[in-house]
Design a protein around this ligand. Structure first.
Ligand code: GLN
Length: 484
């Protein structure tokens, strides 16, 4: 059963080939056997999952099932889940049982999806390798010595290892697309504002966006349909009807204008990754797309801009974790100041502290104009590059990540090399655009991701471009050895 896609599993459930309870039990059993070596899941929700599955079965029997009803999924541990620990990968929230559901959680519940567990992630979603998690690193199912990417590393590894057909992630600078690429699966970051951020623990509020992981674009389309929507509880959520993302799947790509930013193919891109991406672009040519070179001249500003904006916002968002209002509390403090200092000192890991310090510095009175204001100006230039590009082309394509999965520990002592793993994804968040990564071949036996970037709210177009490619290739069907 673990080889089936969400679409296939949904059909089997509705035809009564198996129940959601059986399916959920199979996922829980498989996770119990295989996850100890992967470490992709922080909390398994066993009994609660089985109860949700039985409720889904009742709904299926009564003929009220939707496409997600009874489908097991894994949920990034950044989404609040009522009554279930929501750790955000941090010691700070190790004992936090969320008192309410995030909107995404609520919507997936309403669709009848069955959450089997909460997935491992970089602490507060800060990282590109899942190595900053308080719960330890996650292994890439394709090679246990390598990282799955981050910050949604657990969610990506769980889908790649066929523990679940689909999962959720969040993407502030690449955290859905980069792990999807490194694990050989499909991941989608929607347009900023498409999916509610309510109840999703905030990292950098102007960049954070939730989206799905799946093996196919079709499954991702169904997940997005359930996750998206206007939410009055998120002031940045956009009031716009949710399309039927599966409706246009299969439309011809004849005449689709694809732009290749020359900045995405220069120095720093691994030649074996470039070769796989070129081969994928040839498939698009065969599908009738017209490929042209474009320029995003301010691309080189994306990483430095992000590393001012994101830490600035995180330093503000994470101030609530002080051991008094929220989070881990140090024992036997000498006084109030000691309580604050030690609670934050012991509760946060090194990367989170680094970001809080950078952000606090960038926002301080004497440096605000030099750093934060400058970064906001650069952000506008980056956004305008994309707006101009979309006057000429329909979709922008390129590599998702400059290399395949790197070795555990390889970059953890060098923040700058780590930060560069998101060089092709970060600008998309700064501009607020939708982006996807799909499996597009292998380099040195490890998966390569092709990135697709669309204009605002053009998720359906991206999903169709991904789907058409998946109809003529089988990279997305490859299974990591040992997980057959
Ligand atoms: N890797 C980037 C960072 O460390 C992006 C993380 C994310 O998208 N949540 O901030």
């Amino acid at each position: 059963m673990h080889h089936k896609t969400l679409v296939e599993l949904g059909a089997g459930l509705r035809q009564g080939e198996y129940s959601s309870e059986e399916l959920t039990r199979a996922c829980l059993d498989r996770a119990a056997v295989l996850d100890p070596q992967l470490n992709s899941i922080i909390t398994l929700t066993g009994e609660q999952a089985l109860q949700a599955a039985r409720d889904a079965d009742a709904r299926i029997r009564s003929g009220e099932a939707g496409p997600l009803t009874g489908i097991p999924y894994a949920h990034k541990d950044i989404f609040c889940t009522k009554g279930v620990r929501t750790s955000c990968g941090s010691r700070m929230l190790d004992n936090f049982i969320a008192p309410y559901d995030a909107t995404v959680t609520r919507q997936l519940n309403a669709a009848g999806a069955v959450m089997i567990g909460k997935t491992n992630m970089d602490e507060f979603a800060m990282g590109s390798s899942n190595e900053t998690s308080f719960y330890g690193p996650v292994s890439n199912p394709w090679d246990s010595e390598t990282v799955p990417g981050g910050s949604s590393g657990g969610s990506a590894a769980a889908v790649a290892a066929r523990l679940v057909p689909v999962s959720t992630g969040t993407d502030t600078g690449g955290s859905i697309r980069q792990p999807a690429a490194l694990c050989g699966i499909t991941g989608l970051k929607p347009t900023y504002g498409r999916v509610s951020r309510y109840g999703m623990i905030a990292f950098a509020s102007s960049l954070d966006q939730a989206g799905p992981f799946a093996r196919t674009a079709e499954d991702a389309a169904l997940m997005l349909g359930a996750m998206a929507g206007f939410d009055p509880r998120d002031s940045t959520s956009v009031e716009r009807t949710v399309e039927d993302y599966t409706g246009g799947l299969g439309d011809s790509l004849e005449g689709l204008k694809i732009g290749l930013p020359n900045e995405f193919f220069g120095e720093g891109l691994d030649s074996t990754v470039a070769a796989a991406v070129e081969a994928a672009l040839d498939e698009y040519r065969k599908l009738g797309a017209i490929i042209t070179e474009i320029s995003l001249p301010n691309s080189q500003l994306a990483v430095p801009t992000y590393y001012v904006v994101a830490p600035a916002e995180c330093s503000s968002n994470l101030s609530r974790f002080d051991g008094v209002r929220f989070g881990y509390r140090a024992t036997d403090p000498a006084d109030l100041e000691d309580l604050y200092k030690r609670s934050r000192g012991e509760g946060f890991g090194a990367e989170v502290k680094r970001r809080i310090m950078i952000g606090t510095y960038a926002l301080s009175a004497g440096y605000y104009d030099a750093y934060y204001l400058k970064a906001q100006q650069a952000r506008r230039l980056i956004r305008e590059d994309f707006i101009r590009a979309f006057e000429q082309v329909d979709v922008i394509m390129g590599p998702t990540s400059p290399s395949v999965a790197f070795r555990l520990g390889e970059k953890s002592n060098n923040p700058v090399t780590m930060y560069l793993s998101d060089i092709y994804t970060i600008a998309v968040n700064l501009a607020g655009l939708p982006g996807m990564s799909i499996p597009a071949g292998f380099a040195t036996d490890m998966p390569v991701g092709l990135q697709l970037i669309g204009n605002y709210f053009e998720e359906a177009r991206l999903l169709n471009a991904a789907h058409r490619y998946q109809q003529v290739t089988d990279w997305h069907e490859r299974i990591p050895p040992g997980y057959e």
